[in-house]
Ligand binder design. Structure first.
Ligand SMILES: NC(=O)c1ccc[n+]([C@@H]2O[C@H](COP(=O)([O-])OP(=O)(O)OC[C@H]3O[C@@H](n4cnc5c(N)ncnc54)[C@H](O)[C@@H]3O)[C@@H](O)[C@H]2O)c1
Length: 283
């Protein structure tokens, strides 16, 4: 049995996308954020993305309207009480995620699943504050959620088998290709992606080739849709630097250590796409 009513906590970059795919797949969605302007902004983005889907002929006008009708917005956590699953997509702060789940524990029935969209925190760590950590699982979506098909499901040691099975069924029902990964630093995606990115930066530092040619090597030689340096620019050098430091420490592996060039670029404000300059010039 999958889920029919989904609570999404946080209507930002990831939260609005998760609400979008669930509603389009026929599920009732309750989208929650701290204030009305933010939750309304999330709903506006969903509407705009669904409109684009209609323009491109990927979504019918009737499906768009039905999806939007299935989404309720709220600024009251208690409105999530009827959900079968809640997915949190709030900022990457352990205490914030723990606090929300702790509060929800008192509101939702014991069989409801608590999923976290964390991209780097320990799922077991988030679950550790609950009376029943077994209901917690990682549901790591990718940006933009309505386009990217991967769902990385992360199980910690205590995640119950039925929680995993229901989450896998749900992932398939909302059109995602699921992989199941142990709760280990970097999961599968960040660990491989960041490792490649750090090595590519070291190659620029060593003068092996230009950023453009290193990216071309992976795009044309290995069929990567985007090269590791362009991707680092898109994610943000500061964001990747923090993840690299974390993975180097947790995995005790110097391959993740951010190269000096990366640190220098971050100090100079060359953060990639968001600042206009990184390994490429943007905008
Ligand atoms: N952005 C990405 O590409 C990406 C990809 C995968 C996973 N993630 C993870 O998803 C999570 C959310 O990231 P994002 O990029 O969507 O962040 P974001 O900043 O775009 O959105 C976060 C939202 O959470 C809301 N929020 C803050 N405190 C809250 C609270 N107490 N209760 C409810 N809502 C609250 C904010 O108002 C905001 O709307 C993070 O854990 C991040 O690591 C992000």
């Amino acid at each position: 049995m999958s889920f029919s009513t989904v609570g999404v906590i946080g209507a930002g970059t990831m939260g609005h996308g998760i609400a979008h795919v669930c509603a389009l797949a026929g599920q009732t969605v309750v989208l929650y954020d701290v204030d009305l302007p933010r939750v309304e902004a999330g709903l506006r983005k969903i509407t705009s993305n669904l409109d684009k889907g209609v323009e491109k002929g990927k979504v019918s006008p009737a499906d768009r309207d039905a999806a939007l009708a299935r989404i309720g917005i709220t600024v009251h956590l208690r409105d999530l009480a009827g959900c079968d699953i809640v997915v949190e997509a709030v900022p990457e702060k352990l205490a914030l995620k723990q606090g929300l789940f702790k509060e929800l524990e008192g509101l939702l029935p014991p069989e409801a699943v608590f999923a976290t969209n964390t991209s780097s925190l320990s799922v077991a760590g988030i679950a550790s504050v609950l009376a029943d950590p077994g209901r917690v699982i990682g549901a790591h979506f990718f940006n933009p959620v309505h386009i990217m098909t991967l769902l990385e499901i992360v199980v910690h040691e205590g995640t119950r088998g039925d929680v995993l099975a229901r989450t896998q069924a749900w992932g398939a029902a909302i059109g995602k290709e699921c992989i199941t990964v142990k709760d280990f630093p970097g999961f599968a995606t960040s660990r491989l992606g960041v490792c490649l990115g750090m090595e590519a930066i070291r190659m620029v530092e060593q003068g092996v080739a230009s950023a453009e040619d290193i990216d071309k090597a992976l795009v044309l030689g290995y069929r990567h849709p985007v090269g590791p340096l362009r991707l680092t620019d898109m994610v943000g050098l500061d964001v990747r630097l923090a993840i690299g430091e974390y993975l180097a420490r947790e995995l005790k592996n110097p391959a993740f250590e951010p190269p000096a060039l990366m640190r220098q670029m971050v100090e100079e404000g060359k953060l990639g796409q968001k600042s206009g300059v990184g390994f490429y010039r943007w905008g």
